[in-house]
Design a protein around this ligand. Structure first.
Ligand SMILES: Cc1cc2nc3c(=O)[nH]c(=O)nc-3n(C[C@H](O)[C@H](O)[C@H](O)COP(=O)(O)O)c2cc1C
Length: 194
């Protein structure tokens, strides 16, 4: 079963964000990434996701807003902590927020719309890896802070599926322990017995 796709999927892993360097994907590559990210199973064709790009100077601007918000939440920050918040979005050359946008008044459960968003994020990650870029999908505290989401450009009803950090990485990431897949499946043996 020689297939570059299978090989990619069997070996893919995340790159530490601090290792993600310039160059970022070009505009044409980003357009391709979003085409692939939006080509996912989507019950009812709801298109319950959208994508926000953070790149260039925007990343520092967002960092300043997050540092101020962290200070508002926690009081004065240490220099180290402030620097951490300031650089949240400027460590990688490109961050793409995968945003869950549930469509209301629909027969499709929200759960399924969120799952479609997870598929969109994973497609984005795999497509960027296939283009040769390193990636890291995180959420972080500001994904779970209402004002944080607002500052990052989300509407009140929207949620963060992930901030996918993308950049160039030529090294090798040490392998981390992986699940023993052989123990993860079994033939159906009847109703759950506890
Ligand atoms: C929805 C979601 C949210 C995540 N949020 C974070 C996070 O906030 N911080 C973090 O260090 N890792 C987070 N992770 C995990 C990173 O993606 C992690 O680097 C990854 O699981 C490494 O596994 P991999 O090498 O198989 O990609 C998150 C993963 C998922 C799926």
């Amino acid at each position: 079963m020689a297939s570059p796709v299978i090989d990619l999927l069997l070996t893919r892993n995340s790159t530490p964000i601090r290792e993600l360097k310039e160059p970022a994907p070009s505009n044409a590559e980003i357009a391709t990434l979003i085409r692939i990210a939006s080509r996912v199973p989507d019950h009812g064709r709801m298109e319950p996701w959208r994508f926000i790009l953070y790149r260039g100077d925007t990343r520092e601007r967002v960092g300043r807003m997050l540092a101020d918000l962290a200070e508002k939440r926690e009081g004065p920050l240490s220099d180290v902590r402030r620097e951490k918040e300031l650089t949240r979005f400027s460590r990688a050359p490109l961050v793409i927020a995968v945003v869950s946008t549930p469509r209301r008044n629909s027969r499709i459960p929200d759960w399924e719309m969120q799952l479609s968003g997870g598929a969109a994020a994973m497609n984005l990650v795999i497509a960027a890896n296939a283009m040769g870029y390193g990636t890291n999908w995180i959420t972080n505290w500001y994904a779970y802070d209402e004002e944080g989401r607002h500052l990052l450009g989300l509407a009140p009803h929207e949620r963060i599926i992930g901030f996918v950090h993308i950049g160039t990485f030529d090294g090798v990431v040490p392998e981390r322990p992986r699940p023993d897949a052989s123990g993860l499946y079994a033939d159906y043996s009847g109703p759950w017995e506890g």
